[in-house]
Design a protein. Structure first.
Length: 339
């Protein structure tokens, strides 16, 4: 019998670490991972097969299909916003073509297994594009359907892939003579900025907050690339993992849309500064806004409306701003670098 697995791409990333640790310690499920880098040693015990490879490699993906029955795909692999602006064509290839490859795999597996394969896709507030700061202030909590006019390659990629997921879930090969009885079960979360105590930020445009914290913990100076008044929604990594698992576990009958906002708290950059300075009094932090990166951040909402997630699958963050820093981030970051 072919082994039933959960497939996790981008396994070495910030979300991948948290998700694999949680699922692995929970037990009872076989996990296969893919990443362009060798899987981190700490995650290896939780992976049935840790594949070092590229999601653009069709032969690699077809080999997976030949060996396993995939019941759920957590597609975490992507080139993040800042890096994507330096190499937009490469980012498009990885973020879009790679996602398309996996959607096709999910569709083929759904048909062969005669059941829906779940496809869990982390999206981003980068899909939004508010035209100016006044509009951003007036907009308040932005809903999923509002201001979807991204100005970054990463945001364009994420928004397009959300729509690709919708297509594969409802309209894939709709003119084919073959009846598509088993479509994929596509579910997406638009994450705000994510903060982890266990992994180093890796190139997100919202990473000024996490970078400030991690640099302070290492007694390294940090120049924040946005203005002190810059405000974005954030959440800590344990809540991000919680949201992914809650959405994955929700009954299809409960879900009324394909894409959901989630959030927790919305600090200004100067709020990050004060909290970090309180925890690390010797921290050397300055504000030196980068014009181009600031322009990108200014198009993203100060807050998002996650009413739909709260209603449909009972989403609720476990960490508000106070608890996030006092009970999770500051103690865990101190321990991380002490070790």
């Amino acid at each position: 019998m072919r082994k039933e697995i959960i497939l996790i791409t981008g396994a070495n990333g910030e979300i991948g670490h948290g998700l694999i640790n949680h699922l692995g310690k929970q037990g009872g499920q076989s996990i296969v991972t893919i990443d362009v880098q060798q899987l981190d040693e700490e995650l290896e015990p939780f992976s049935l097969n840790a594949i070092q490879g590229d999601i653009l490699d069709i032969d690699l993906l077809e080999g997976l299909v030949a060996e396993y029955d995939i019941k759920t795909i957590f597609h975490l692999a992507s080139i993040l916003s800042t890096k994507a602006e330096y190499n937009p064509e490469v980012a498009h290839k990885v973020n879009v073509d790679g996602t398309l490859n996996l959607l096709k795999i999910a569709a083929d597996q759904s048909r062969c297994q005669e059941r829906q394969v779940k496809f869990i896709y982390p999206s981003s507030i980068a899909v939004y594009g508010l035209p100016d700061l006044k509009t951003k202030e007036i907009a308040g909590k932005v809903k999923e359907s509002d201001w979807c006019n991204p100005i970054t390659m990463y945001g364009c990629n994420k928004l397009y892939c959300e729509n690709l997921g919708h297509y594969y879930a409802q309209f894939y090969r709709q003119l084919s003579s073959e009846t598509n009885r088993y479509s994929i079960d596509f579910r997406s979360i638009r994450f705000p900025g994510l903060i982890s105590a266990q992994t180093i930020p890796t190139g997100g445009t919202s990473d000024y907050g996490p970078e400030m914290l991690h640099q302070a913990a290492q007694d390294k100076p940090y120049s924040c690339f946005v203005r002190p008044d810059t405000r974005l929604p954030f959440m800590v990594m344990p809540d991000a993992i919680k949201a992914l698992l809650q959405l994955e576990a929700a009954s299809p009958s409960e879900l009324n849309q394909f894409v959901y906002n989630v959030t927790s708290f919305s600090p200004r950059a100067e709020d990050f500064y004060r909290i970090v300075k309180n925890a690390f009094p010797k921290a050397q932090i300055t504000f030196e806004p980068d014009k181009n990166r600031q322009c990108i951040v200014d198009t993203w909402p100060a807050d998002v409306d996650d009413t739909a997630a709260r209603k449909d699958w009972r989403w609720e963050p476990g960490y508000d701003q106070t608890r996030a820093f006092e009970e999770y981030l500051v103690p865990a970051v101190k321990m991380f670098y002490k070790g």
